[in-house]
Design a protein around this ligand. Structure first.
Ligand code: BG6
Length: 491
């Protein structure tokens, strides 16, 4: 692995520091970067939340949560103790202008130091918290703010948040997180497409039959059920992660990899998405919720039982998306995501067109179209399915086999995870891994239309047993087009 280059010293205030995101992801990520020597020792991490804690109690909390997720002996670990020393806790209600903001002011170093605010808060608090930062003069020149997805819950709330936060921080100081953009295998999409000549000439409606993007999870809504029930799979996953993946597959070649060059190309894809209206939603989008079932032999309750009440929220979505431009005319992008599916995996499948003429005899076997499978997680890999001759005597027999680039076998395994990379990218000011305001709003416009069409057409929320790949209607969505979801066990 390339050497890790330390970032400049910084002061980072994490709002919502006692919440799940901060304790489960952000603080462990910072600790890991600290262990690798990427964080200068004089940096400050200021934890902000409403709970009345002191530094010692907060450090204990961080330690406890870390040990729930990672095996490591922290007591004997001097690196941990040095890291914990850098954590200070400030009790503060970020939405209350009259709270004691002087404590936060005092916790920061001088204002010339790179200053970062990470709002690990519900999106409805982004605007008031930013305004309060400005009111108390904390948004010193050059300071940056990090907002977690989802930005709002629809186009209007997203626009309002963007507008109000934008009055305090310039667009180049706003880092909107979609953690999928921080994944190693997602970043590789750009290099796979634009670092190889091989694919680009046929990366269009002439060469590609269709694209499938699946983000399947085996976990349920779990502890996040209260939030999740207000969101559902479309808002929680499609509006951001799946659309971002689709953009990286579908965008035009950028002239360079500068943040705005890439973001402008992604935006064009979002703007070209064909709206799904109420009169054709039944043929283009399926929503469903998991009922009880079993995952890897273990019985699991249904979503409503987990939530403790009945619900209309979908935990599974499958959509046939169409991009109205020259490159993609007539090439569907099938998007699918769900919780409590049979297993956890994220994958992009590019299905190429069949060869124009079959040269082998029927008894030699079937020539099948090439397929590029980009496995994002787990076991990251890029597999190109090719036709080959089965070696040996006795005439021509053909076989469909993978050219297999497995990350685990090819590269050193130990690279930073998405949040580690994103946190370092914020400090470096690398906006390319974050969503621009117009991208977020364009994505909401398209998903809002789907939600509206479901409401207008009174489409039911179907059910699927936990541990399956969604309802039968999801398979029908492709079957109508004489296609099927890719299933590795069938290749
Ligand atoms: C989050 C969603 O953004 O992504 C979660 O809010 C989901 O519901 C998670 O579980 C999936 O991320 P990953 O990295 O585990 O695929």
């Amino acid at each position: 692995m390339a050497a890790l280059v330390p970032v400049e010293p910084f002061d980072l205030a994490i709002f919502g520091a006692t919440g799940d995101l901060a304790l489960g992801k952000l603080l462990p990520s910072l600790f890991h970067r600290w262990c690798d020597g990427q964080i200068p020792a004089n940096s400050r991490i200021i934890a902000v939340a409403r709970d009345e804690l002191d530094d010692a109690a907060f450090r204990q909390l961080v330690r406890k949560r870390y040990l729930e997720g990672y095996e490591r002996d922290l007591d004997e670990d001097s690196t941990w103790h040095a890291f914990a020393e850098r954590l200070v806790y400030v009790p503060l209600n970020a939405t209350d202008r009259d709270s004691d903001w002087s404590l936060l002011k005092a916790a920061f170093g001088d204002s010339s130091r790179l200053r970062l605010f990470y709002l690990a808060l519900p999106p409805s608090l982004y605007a008031p918290a930013s305004e309060n930062l400005a009111h108390h003069g904390l948004n010193s020149p050059g300071s940056r703010i990090v907002l977690e997805k989802p930005i709002g819950s629809n186009f209007h709330t997203a626009r309002e948040i963007n507008q109000r936060v934008g009055e305090v921080f310039g667009e180049d100081s706003i880092f909107r997180i979609d953690h999928y953009l921080g994944k190693e295998s997602v970043q590789n999409l750009l290099i796979l497409r634009f670092g190889n000549w091989l694919f680009e000439p046929i990366w269009n409606a002439t060469g590609i039959d269709h694209v499938q993007i699946t983000v399947a999870e085996s976990v349920g809504a779990g502890k996040r059920a209260a939030y999740y029930d207000t969101a559902g799979a479309l808002r929680d996953m499609v509006q951001n992660h799946l659309l971002q993946l689709m953009c990286l597959v579908a965008m035009e070649p950028p002239s360079d990899l500068e943040a705005d060059t890439v973001r402008t190309e992604k935006l064009k894809v979002l703007q070209a998405l064909r709206p799904i209206r109420a009169d054709d939603i039944s043929g283009k989008a399926v929503r469903a919720r998991y009922a009880s079932g079993a995952i890897k032999g273990e019985a699991v309750p249904g979503y409503e039982a987990e939530l403790g009440q009945s619900s209309d929220t979908e935990t599974f979505v499958a959509i046939k998306a169409e991009i109205d431009n020259w490159r993609w005319a007539g090439v569907p992008f099938y998007l699918r995501t769900g919780k409590r599916m049979s297993h956890r995996y994220s994958e992009i499948v590019i299905q190429f067109k069949p060869v124009p003429h079959d040269v082998v005899k029927a008894d030699s076997g079937k020539i099948r179209p090439n397929r590029l499978i980009i496995r994002l997680q787990p076991d990251e890999a890029v597999r190109l399915m090719l036709m080959t001759k089965d070696p040996g005597p006795g005439g021509v027999r053909v076989r469909y086999v993978p050219l297999n680039l497995s990350y685990a076998e090819t590269f050193e395994k130990n690279y930073p995870d998405a949040y580690e990379r994103l946190l370092m990218a914020v400090i470096r000011g690398n906006l390319g891994l974050f969503m621009r305001r117009d991208e977020v709003e364009a994505a909401w416009r398209w998903t809002d239309q789907i939600l509206q069409s479901w409401t207008d057409s009174q489409s039911p929320v179907l059910t699927y047993p936990a541990g399956t790949d969604g309802p039968a209607e999801s398979a029908l969505l492709l079957a109508k087009d004489n296609r099927e979801w890719f299933d590795e066990s069938r290749t």
